[in-house]
Ligand binder design. Sequence first.
Ligand code: NAG
Ligand code: NAG
Ligand code: NAG
Ligand code: NAG
Length: 435
Amino acid sequence: MAGPGFQGHPAGPLPLLLLLLLLLLPQALPEGPLVFVAVVFRHGDRAPLASYPTDPHKEAISTLWPRGLGQLTPEGVLQQLELGRFLRSRYEDFLSPKYQREEVYVRSTDFDRTLESAQANLAGLFSEAAPGGPEAAWRPIPVHTVPVTEDKLLRFPTRSCPRYHELLREATEAAEYQTALEGWTDFLIHLENFTGLSLVGEPLRRAWKVLDTLMCQQAHGLALPSWASPDVLRTLAQISALDIGAHVGPPRAAEKAQLTGAPPSRPPGILLDAILANFSRAQRLGLPLKMVMYSAHDSTLLALQGALGLYDGHTPPYAACLGFEFRRRLGDPEQDAGNVTISLFYRNDSASRPLSLSLPGCPGPCPLGRFRQLTAQARPPIHGVPCHSSREPPALAAPVVPLLGGAVAVLAALSVGLGLLAWRPSCLHTWEDPV
Ligand SMILES: *[C@@H]1O[C@H](CO)[C@@H](O)[C@H](O)[C@H]1NC(C)=O
Ligand SMILES: *[C@@H]1O[C@H](CO)[C@@H](O)[C@H](O)[C@H]1NC(C)=O
Ligand SMILES: *[C@@H]1O[C@H](CO)[C@@H](O)[C@H](O)[C@H]1NC(C)=O
Ligand SMILES: *[C@@H]1O[C@H](CO)[C@@H](O)[C@H](O)[C@H]1NC(C)=O
């Protein structure tokens, strides 16, 4: 009989070899211990934002969506609870078992559905906030927000930016836009008849709302009216894309993107800034902050993906979550500024493991210095761009920054599915939406 540990023994050379291989497989840069995490997620499943006069399900709104239009549904709550549990299992060894206010900071946009989503998520993440426990041990977890009009993280240029409106007008008066619009006039006339809405000559946002209603109803198994064929849905999506394209796309897409960086509103890149700033502040001051959570919208995720050059052509589903994991770097601290790497994950499917993403140009865990460098162009210039001086030459017009271009493409591609959500009320006053 062979001695222990040798041939015939299950823990023989083959597993050892495998182990070695496994050790060698990851990139040269070894992953150190986790020091900080930022997660940005989309709210859970929600009701449609609006109805339309001939909506066959109109009378049933209060039974179909008891909480009201635009609100998180029970499915949405469960999706967030599940996401919170996932975060708990992922960070079991990192976060304290119980919520510590210095450790975790939670911020949401000021919408019922994102606020509720954050709370449901936290109920999955912290057992003392979970449903079903003993009452005396129950502790809700605070969620921070700011009024929509003051939300600097997720907002779009408003009336306060004349230059932006100039650019918007330029886009909507462009021949391409007008031609497209004319091509859809017949469609819109028919749609007016079908929906009882006035659509021709109105903001295209209205057509998007019809699409949103139909898509939500479909997702909840409701029968759509016979006119709402796949073709009609597709055309509605194209119309919405035209609208979004005018707001964020060419002409002068780069200037538009930069303009959104001028106070008081900020561009999508600002969230990336906030995350990096949250981390470096914690490092600088030696704070015990371990995690920041942002509860937001699909557009938030799309813009972030665009800013990172990681847009995948898919609209983030409900409760999709993009994570930034900061780890202490092991070895070779001189080569890059900072001793920290960032790894990204994207969880867009609760049934499978989250995807690991790499920043283009930085495979594997990315050294923080390099990460900053690669994303610099997608973040706003420190002093912003003149917003109010409508005749001043654009400060940053010259290079169309590829990453920003990506973000714009993302937004223009928002036509698909439910993707248009967040450009909505939170963002654009020009899209006047009383949600
Ligand atoms: C409007 O709808 C009605 C009834 O559904 C139909 O009879 C009429 O032809 C429609 N008109 C147009 C312009 O589509
Ligand atoms: C994180 O950054 C946001 C945006 O700058 C800020 O409002 C928030 O207070 C920061 N949170 C922490 C814990 O640093
Ligand atoms: C998740 O993202 C991956 C990669 O971008 C994509 O292939 C997949 O279809 C997405 N899944 C869902 C459910 O959106
Ligand atoms: C990097 O390492 C140095 C020396 O070990 C340390 O003083 C510094 O705080 C570290 N920086 C970060 C960002 O961890």
